[in-house]
Design a protein around this ligand. Sequence first.
Ligand code: NAP
Ligand code: FER
Length: 336
Amino acid sequence: MSKAVNRAWTMASRPEGEPTAENFEIVESTIPTPKHGEVLIRTRYMSLDPYMRGRMRSGPSYATPLQPGDVMTGEVVARVEKSESPLYKAGDTVRANIGWQEWAAVGAHIVRPVDSDLGPISTAIGILGMPGMTAYFGLLEVLKPRAGDTLVVSAASGAVGAVVGQIGKLNGCFVIGVAGTDEKCAYTVDELGFDAAINYKTQNVSAELVRLSPTGVDCYFDNVGGPVSDAVFENLAMKSRVAICGQISQYNASTPPQGPRNMAALIRSRTTIEGFLVYDFELQHEIARTRISNWIKDGSIKYKEDVVDGFENAPEAFIGLLNGKNFGKLLVKVSD
Ligand code: NAP
Ligand code: FER
């Protein structure tokens, strides 16, 4: 053990609008001793995800909001350092919801094994973890694309969006990504095989959609909401489907927006909109994990990780995630 103390990032105060460094505080404690049935784990990679901004606000949610002083929520990939359970031994790699924390002693039944045959261990909280599952089930079970469909995905180069577009291609869709920089757009087309990409910061998204898909958009995987969604809604095809996965453009808003602005367009197109949570499909995650792992191994799917080094850099990286500074799945490397 190279450090004598455990460190945890807590939510010091609720952010008003965009989170700032002052909303986070590091708290030190003694490295715990595992009790009977527990494992002592040490974080190697920590996942930073947009949903964490939602946990920082009070109000209705599928999950209990954080209170000031609580450890920031999150899943990590960790090494078992000491085991008081027959389920794991020292040296095993696991994933666990211990929050933004370097060490934890937790019941062995609430950690999950990481199978390093499926991919590098960091992918257990990325493409083979929650974001990958979100892409797989949101696309295949909610949008249910058919070959030849035009599929639009927003936040297209991100952890979820990049997987959505690639699985869309494997299913015969014409895939259009929407992203916030030319570099991200080029990546989705040149590296991931999307058919086209639109930079929503420099291009007219609606006009580009008309040009790229004159027959309209059959499937929209919405990660962002806001003006990007307004533009897609103007261009939906008859009997189109929209999966509401995320609304990141709204996460830092102090007051909720007035609502979707052009719903009349959906009357004309007879569109179905469905929100979903990745956990709705929990019982099928293992099948999806194996399928995605096989796609990575046979070269059908690529992934990109944006790894920030150092536990102390987590808040800054998280603030950047909400502003599009990340390029690929955002992770913090906490220990070797
Ligand atoms: P990500 O795409 O890796 O990173 C977030 C990206 O959002 C940023 O890089 C940025 O990319 C984009 N963004 C930020 N502000 C924006 C704005 N105002 N307008 C348009 N785009 C904006 O994150 P992720 O982990 O894959 O998550 C993507 C979405 O899926 C999030 O909305 C998240 O909440 C949602 N999600 C939902 C579930 C579920 O169960 N429903 C599960 C996981 C994730 P650009 O540079 O392209 O703007
Ligand atoms: C997410 C965004 C929103 C997410 C969950 C939600 C698991 C749920 C929001 C709510 O209950 O209000 O990325 O990921």
